[in-house]
Design a protein around this ligand. Structure first.
Ligand SMILES: Cc1cc2nc3c(=O)[nH]c(=O)nc-3n(C[C@H](O)[C@H](O)[C@H](O)COP(=O)(O)O)c2cc1C
Length: 167
């Protein structure tokens, strides 16, 4: 799959709206992810409001690019959907990765910003949206038409692979 190899973290975006159809495709890709027992615990907030993007950008020192994006998608967990609670972070990590790969496919650029399991970041984002107790925040993905290129870097490391035995 070409998009797996081309995908890079894109942190600078053109000042151009991402079309509604493309936003839906990103969300469809995210929701297509595997999850434990097919519990699909995810929910999403699509953020276009400049004032909210600005607030989100202060969640950590590594999220400043959100303020310059026209779009960010916040990936949440709704505990009411959980059948296997210990797996929720893995489920939403898979959804985050699907979203990133679909972004490349659509000619967009995006970056995964880690929120969970860091309590301080989770609480900060919860506060912005006034989220109820049963909702946790997993990641934020700013998305836009890229000013940097999604391009291949070879990360294959033969020494990380063992066959039959670990030696
Ligand atoms: C769990 C996780 C958290 C991350 N958090 C941030 C972040 O807060 N800010 C950021 O700029 N990049 C973040 N990244 C992106 C990584 O820095 C990036 O994936 C890594 O440097 C490899 O570069 P690449 O994505 O271009 O291949 C995060 C990635 C993951 C998987």
């Amino acid at each position: 799959m070409e998009v797996i190899f081309k995908r890079r973290s894109i942190r600078r975006y053109q000042d151009k709206e991402v079309e509604k159809e493309k936003i839906e495709k990103l969300l469809r890709a995210a929701m297509q992810a595997p999850s434990a027992g097919n519990q699909r615990p995810w929910e999403f907030i699509v953020v276009k409001d400049k004032a909210i993007l600005e607030k989100l950008s202060s969640v950590s020192p590594y999220s400043k690019m959100i303020a310059k994006a026209n779009l960010a998608i916040v990936l949440l967990c709704n505990k009411k959907y959980m059948k296997y609670p210990e797996y929720w972070q893995q489920d939403i990590a898979a959804a985050t990765q699907n979203l990133l790969l679909e972004a490349v496919y659509l000619g967009l650029g995006a970056v995964w910003l880690g929120i969970a399991p860091l309590k301080e970041r989770m609480e900060y984002v919860k506060g912005i949206f006034n989220l109820p107790e049963n909702i946790d925040v997993f990641s934020i993905v700013p998305v836009g038409y890229p000013l940097e290129e999604n391009k291949f870097v070879d990360r294959y490391e033969e020494n990380r692979v063992k066959f039959d035995r670990y030696e």
